[in-house]
Design a protein around this ligand. Structure first.
Ligand SMILES: NC(=O)C1=CN([C@@H]2O[C@H](COP(=O)(O)OP(=O)(O)OC[C@H]3O[C@@H](n4cnc5c(N)ncnc54)[C@H](O)[C@@H]3O)[C@@H](O)[C@H]2O)C=CC1
Ligand SMILES: O=C(O)C(=O)Cc1ccc(O)cc1
Length: 371
């Protein structure tokens, strides 16, 4: 794969282009918005496409436009193979078929990585590192096209997952699209909160609502393209919420307790760092002063103690001069790390023995999210 065209130089297209440029692939850029191409070019994502032939064209436009962009590029015989990155797959494939596209050289795709910001300015070359990237070749797709799509995925540092289009859409309804709506519902409820309430917001609220900041128009297109699978998941979640509200009103908390238990179990099923299985790490908590260099000192102290930090999470309340860093480490390293940090003067709450499974400190390593 020597030459790639990225059609649609927004967040995802420009991120892919930057990753390809890092590996010295020649990248050409096009977008209906000339400013988006200019900015992507200035970021080093490639040069403007003026009709050059390429090996692979990556279509990175909103889902409802994939079919027409594919048809247009194929009309100009722009590439040997084509892929897209849209968050839904069944509808764009149907659009492409309806528009008479050549399906043999089209490999529908979807990187499971993104951000809550749009446009080339938000792009990052490392956006896809270690993330799954779904590929949905059909029965007629030729092997050369699949090989090029897989090369794109690996060059971006992601892991290709081959899956049928319908199965993909049901899966992402569960793990991405319904969660987005739920996040939006929680965030929307904050519109009724006063400044006192919002001033008490903690990290949990930020975690729960981060994705709600995504572009509403793009998400409307994504949800419209996966309406029934998303509706099914939302109905199940709504039933759980309704049962919890009734239980709270009646004072019989069994249903709430059941939901909380199932929630903890469901959370445990989310794969951990690098997409691998969830590990039970020990967690060491440290109270940190909010001042420059504090995290660097902390990591340095862990390094001197020869402890590898598998994951780190910062809890910080608005306006407070201190925060808490939670470091996930191998269970056998927790005591050594805690002792070393205390030696260097940090306040480290006691780490209960066997903390890899203790409820208060049980650690689950999750991939750090792009911020
Ligand atoms: N935002 C996210 O986190 C993720 C988005 N995706 C998918 O990636 C695709 C792109 O999304 P983003 O990069 O976030 O959106 P974006 O809004 O940042 O970029 C989309 C770009 O497509 C351009 N565009 C629109 N119509 C076009 C056309 N006819 N020809 C050429 N360019 C055109 C727009 O001008 C814009 O620059 C969508 O299909 C989305 O479902 C996939 C994974 C994550
Ligand atoms: O921001 C995140 O954590 C995401 O999960 C973003 C995301 C948004 C849309 C997709 O189709 C895939 C990934």
């Amino acid at each position: 794969m020597e030459k790639v065209l990225v059609a649609g130089t927004g967040l995802i297209g420009t991120s892919a282009a930057l990753a390809l440029r890092e590996k010295d692939v020649a990248v050409y850029l096009s977008d209906i918005d000339a400013d988006a191409v200019r900015l992507a070019r200035e970021l080093g994502a490639g040069q403007e496409w003026t009709g050059q032939d390429v090996d692979l064209a990556v279509i990175a436009v909103p889902p409802h436009l994939v079919g027409e962009v594919l048809a247009d590029l194929q009309k100009h015989r722009a590439a040997r193979a084509y892929t897209d990155v849209a968050s839904v797959k069944v509808d764009p494939i149907a659009d492409a078929q309806r528009l008479g596209c050549d399906m043999t050289c089209y490999v529908p795709g979807h990187p499971l990585a993104g951000r809550e910001r749009s446009g080339p300015a938000a792009a990052r070359a490392d956006l896809f590192l270690g993330r799954p990237w779904a590929l949905c070749p059909g029965p007629d797709t030729n092997v050369g096209a699949v090989r090029l799509a897989r090369e794109l995925v690996s060059t971006c540092g992601a892991n290709a997952v081959t899956v049928g289009a319908r199965e993909h859409d049901s899966a992402v309804a569960l793990v991405s699209h319904a969660p987005h709506v739920v996040s939006s519902a929680v965030a929307a409820s904050l519109m009724g909160g006063d400044d006192v309430a919002l001033g008490l917001a903690g990290q949990g609220l930020r975690d729960t609502t981060r994705i709600a900041a995504g572009d509403p128009l793009l998400w409307q297109r994504i949800l419209a393209g996966n309406a029934l699978p998303v509706a099914e998941v939302l109905e199940r979640i709504a039933a759980d919420l309704a049962a919890s509200a009734s239980a709270l009103r009646s004072g019989d908390l069994d249903d709430v307790t059941d939901l909380l238990r199932r929630g903890a179990d469901g959370h445990d099923r989310i794969p951990g760092k690098h997409g691998g299985p969830v590990h039970d790490y020990g967690v060491v908590q440290v109270v940190l002063q909010d001042r420059p260099g504090e995290l660097a000192r902390l990591f340095n102290a862990a390094g001197l103690a020869n402890v590898n930090i598998e994951d780190v999470r910062l809890e910080h309340s608005t306006g407070l001069p201190v925060g808490v860093a939670e470091m996930s480490v191998r269970p056998q390293d927790t005591d050594r790390l805690a002792d070393a940090l205390r030696f260097h003067g940090w306040h480290v709450p006691p780490v209960p023995s066997g903390n890899a499974v203790g409820p208060a400190v049980r650690g689950r390593a999750t991939s750090p999210q792009p911020s």
